[in-house]
Design a protein around this ligand. Structure first.
Ligand code: ATP
Ligand code: MG
Length: 395
């Protein structure tokens, strides 16, 4: 029965030019989300509002689902829009609306009229009273409750009249594209996809880099990362995924450096390579799924040692999260089932029995000297042979 959806967004915090950019980006992201479902839709802005009009048959749940992936949306209201043909016509539309949306009339209600167009002959108080009366006449079972109504019936007099009473919660955040782009180090684990989701929620677009080590890691492990990128792209928009062959670099680290430092040294090279692709793609920072103390390579000292090789800021949106909190978000965004599939990612192959937990940057740098004369060429090859895959949500 609904031909349109009214999109509510956090309007208070954004003013002036930023508001325009916010709305532009939001419209773009809504269109992006809707292109993957069946139906023809029109997204339009009108007087500080965004509407999605449906121009064909559509599946209600699918539309809600698609819109609930769009950051910046605070609420989704299925709405009936009518032309202003006088009060009697409005009252009839309101009765029709209640009839269709609430088959069981054993409900309390409150009318909340708003007159955004001041030339309407009745003010909002008069509208509340007059519509309330019509509703009570039409449905004697319904009762007024101004404090805790079952149905809060919103009637907004604008260019068109908006009638709605349901609001489905949106994901909040800011529309992707309003805050630049970052390079996500995406593994097949639980954490990094969640980190990507969190950073995208703040309006940041994402590209990604994945390090694999064939034949030590399988095609299935790579496919898992592609699947995870696809899940994130439902929220973050298209992702350029750089698949970097890391095998030779890892083997050389293994051969030339102390084994208890393998993980740290390897992580430092990952960061360096990720930064190369970040700069190439106009990314303003790197993003990882690290959280303090989760594993040996995520102590404060280890994080400092990894950080030391980067010139771009490294964003770690999960830094203060416990594992169970991360899992909760992973489940919410539908990544968890994919993340826990049992395929090795490259780190688990070359792990030392007793990794250093408090690495000293000077010591690590000295160990890395052993790679001089080899690593430059290996890095160059890694840059040149990276496979770039454009990831979009599947339809
Ligand atoms: P995750 O669940 O994200 O894999 P983790 O708990 O396994 O994280 P680590 O293996 O120490 O932690 O990795 C820390 C971070 O380094 C990851 O969150 C990710 O951002 C990055 N990372 C690790 N391995 C890879 C990889 N093979 N490719 C790309 N990034 C990686
Ligand atoms: Mg991992």
């Amino acid at each position: 029965m609904y031909k349109s959806f009214l999109i509510k967004y956090g309007e208070i915090a954004i003013k002036g030019k930023n508001r325009y950019l916010f709305e532009e980006a939001l419209v773009k992201q809504i269109r992006y989300a809707l292109q993957y479902i069946d139906g023809t839709f029109k997204v339009r802005r009108l007087q500080g509002r965004i509407y999605v009009d449906t121009l064909s048959d559509y599946d209600y749940d699918e539309v809600i689902q698609a819109l609930s992936h769009v950051f910046g949306i605070v609420g989704i209201c299925p709405v009936v829009l009518i032309e202003d043909k006088g009060f009697d016509d409005l009252a009839k539309a309101v009765i029709d609306y209640l009839n269709q949306v609430y088959p069981d009339k054993n409900l309390t209600f409150k009318v909340q009229a708003r007159r955004a167009r001041k030339n309407y002959p009745m003010d909002s108080m008069e509208l509340n009273a007059a519509l309330g009366e019509k509703i009570l006449d039409a449905f004697p079972e319904m009762k007024v409750d101004v404090h805790h109504p079952d149905v809060l019936l919103c009637v907004e007099i604008r260019e068109e009249i908006n009638i709605y009473s349901k609001e489905i919660k949106g994901p909040g955040g800011m529309p992707v594209g309003t805050n630049g782009k970052a390079m996500l180090l995406l593994s097949g684990g639980i954490d990094s996809p969640v980190a990507g989701y969190m950073i995208a929620k703040r309006g940041v677009g994402i590209d990604a880099v994945y390090f694999h080590a064939p034949p030590y890691t399988s095609e299935r492990a790579k496919q898992k990362v592609i699947d995870l990128a696809r899940i994130i792209s439902r929220y973050a928009g298209p992702i350029l995924l750089h698949v970097v062959n890391f095998t030779d670099i890892q083997l050389n680290i293994y051969e030339h450096c102390p084994h208890e430092e393998l993980t740290i040294i390897m992580r430092r090279y990952m960061m360096k390579i990720a930064e190369h692709f970040a700069l190439e793609n106009n990314c303003l920072g790197l993003v990882t799924g690290e959280s303090i103390g989760q594993v040996a390579s995520q102590t404060m000292q280890s994080l400092a040692a990894t950080n030391a090789v980067c010139t771009l800021p490294v964003y770690r949106p999960l830094i203060g999260f416990d594992k169970n909190e991360i899992i909760e978000i992973s489940e919410k965004v539908d990544a968890y089932e994919t993340s826990i599939q049992p395929f090795e990612d490259c780190c688990t192959i070359f792990v030392a029995k007793h990794p250093v937990t408090k690495p000293n940057v000077r010591v690590i740098e000295r160990s890395e000297k052993k790679l001089d004369g080899i690593i430059e060429e290996l890095m160059k090859t890694a840059f040149e042979t990276a496979e770039v895959i454009k990831i979009e949500p599947e339809d």
